[in-house]
Design a protein around this ligand. Structure first.
Ligand code: KG4
Ligand code: ZN
Length: 347
């Protein structure tokens, strides 16, 4: 089975072709092409994603990217078994561009169409990269979402925790902005943190020690702001130390909440947990290292304990969308051409 995937929910325009073979637990996936065009340069002057600019940039580049993805995969529309496009959640203008394009191709080529939930695409990526069987635990950490989900099957997700305020990536972006590090903030804060002394500031570890798997990052962000204002003007060392202390607090908080989820997984299933981490924040090496140690301490079985898709598949891409399309088609699920774009759409 070969599926074309289209992703336009935020500031990445992406197209990919993915193949799936086999049934049940004997399946395997292969990426035939995976083209991603970042709109970073368009949005950087504004310090964040501007929805109208994003939608227009998707319109300008999507056709060419789809042609490139098909060419690199060495297939024409006739060779495809379906078209999958992200229908939400995300910025509505961009979603409409990808969704309408996907539907138009499906209609013209007379192929099945799948309207993909972007979060589901993130959730199923580990099956494409690692052939994981259900169930497993997913920590999804992006600019818009911070969730812990028990992934039981395609279309069967139990959300055990979510953020009550900011997403983890959002907190990185806001801290970067207040420290003058530009946008996107995650990589900049991580680079500063490497040079800084995390022990210099005692920032709060939100939610730590509480039952459940919910997150909170707004109070931590405010604590960083108050400290930064107190010691201003900031030297280079101050900025590095603030970043290191902030990142350490985020890592502690993520680990505490995820630890609760790993225990609950074992209680519910009687099996050792499998922990998958996905989303842009999963690119952070300190986050990865801590989660790896945590998963191993909880007896996680797969690989080194933590299943983390390669960096290129952690951020937004279309291979994950094509794969989610494969998974749905393999179960006989398709969508009609009146499937709506949905700015908000929980798993
Ligand atoms: O998944 P993603 O590419 O897009 C969505 O939000 O859907 O995630 C982007 C987020 C941004 O907030 C960015 O600052 C954060 O991931 N991020 C990082 C790192 N790289 C990206 N956060 C911490 N450390 C990083 N190295
Ligand atoms: Zn995403």
């Amino acid at each position: 089975m070969r599926v074309l995937g289209i992703e336009t929910s935020c500031d990445e325009t992406a197209a990919a072709v993915v193949a799936r073979t086999g049934d049940g637990d004997g399946f395997s996936g292969r990426i035939l092409s995976n083209v991603v065009l970042s709109q970073l340069a368009e949005h950087t002057p504004y310090g964040g994603v501007v929805p109208e600019i994003a939608a227009r940039a998707h319109v300008e580049t999507l056709d060419g990217l789809i042609a490139q993805a098909l060419a690199e995969a060495g297939c024409g529309l006739d060779d495809l078994d379906g078209i999958a496009a992200t229908a939400g959640p995300g910025l509505i203008g961009g979603l409409l561009v990808g969704l309408m394009t996907g539907k138009a191709i499906a209609a013209a080529a007379n192929k099945p169409f799948v309207a993909v939930n972007h979060l589901e695409a993130h959730a199923l990526t580990a099956r494409l990269t690692d052939g994981l069987a259900f169930p497993y635990l997913l920590l999804l950490v992006t600019g818009g979402h911070t969730q812990i989900v028990k992934v039981e099957d395609v279309g069967r997700y139990r959300r055990w925790g979510t953020t009550v305020d900011d997403a983890a990536g959002e907190a990185f972006d806001k801290v970067a902005k207040m420290l003058g590090l530009g946008w996107p903030g995650g990589p900049a804060v991580e680079a500063q943190a490497l040079k800084g002394d995390a022990a210099r500031f005692a920032f709060p570890r939100p939610m730590t020690g509480r039952a459940g798997c919910d997150f909170s990052f707004s109070g931590l962000k405010t604590a960083v702001r108050i400290e930064a204002q107190r010691i201003a003007p900031l030297s280079e060392t101050d900025v590095a130390d603030l970043c290191a202390a902030f990142q350490a607090a985020v890592v502690d908080s993520l680990a505490d909440r995820t630890g609760n989820a790993l225990l609950r997984f074992t209680e519910e299933t009687g099996a050792a947990p499998v922990l998958v981490v996905a989303g842009g924040v999963a690119a952070n090496q300190a986050v990865r290292a801590r989660l790896e140690a945590l998963a191993a301490a909880h007896g996680a079985t797969h690989g080194a304990g933590l299943v983390a898709p390669p960096l290129k598949l952690c951020g937004d891409n279309a291979a994950m969308v094509a794969w989610a399309g494969c998974e749905r088609l393999a179960r006989g699920a398709t969508d009609t051409l009146d499937a709506p774009a949905r700015a908000r759409w929980s798993l």
